[in-house]
Design a protein around this ligand. Structure first.
Ligand SMILES: C[S@@+](CC[C@H](N)C(=O)[O-])C[C@H]1O[C@@H](n2cnc3c(N)ncnc32)[C@H](O)[C@@H]1O
Length: 117
């Protein structure tokens, strides 16, 4: 199905686990901070209250980390979206940073597999 963030044609809570890879932070020239915030909130909207959103990488194509990640997380918190930066094994002895989001309205009922991204 064709769609483009920050608007997705899915119902609220449609997915238990929502993954976004190599998009929101990878192309800062396409996704500025406001666009990223709207897109992240939309990903949370389509995710079940007891599910989670995982977004990676948190750097652009030249390896530069997102400099406004803390501000984004603060803005998400104001929208009742909880966030954490989780370190996930890459399989080569190193780790990758993944932004994990969930609705702050409800706590997760069951753990989701950490290997999904
Ligand atoms: C570098 S690819 C990453 C593909 C895949 N997620 C992965 O990890 O291999 C970026 C993808 O984002 C898609 N894309 C571009 N703008 C988008 C938008 N506004 N909303 C959703 N996807 C978009 C592109 O069509 C492309 O498939």
């Amino acid at each position: 199905m064709a769609a483009a963030l920050p608007r997705l044609p899915f119902a609220d809570g449609a997915f238990a686990l929502t993954l976004s890879g190599y998009l929101l932070f990878a192309y800062p020239e396409l996704f500025g901070p406001e666009h990223q915030l709207a897109a992240l909130a939309e990903l949370v909207r389509v995710t079940a209250a007891d599910g989670e959103v995982r977004v990676q990488p948190l750097h652009d194509g030249r390896g530069r980390r997102c400099g406004h990640l803390d501000r984004l997380r603060h803005a998400l918190g104001e929208r009742r979206i909880a966030s954490e930066v989780r370190r996930v094994p890459r399989g080569d002895g190193r780790t990758r940073r993944v932004l994990v989001l969930r609705s702050a309205e409800r706590r997760p009922r069951r753990p989701l597999p950490p290997s999904a991204m």
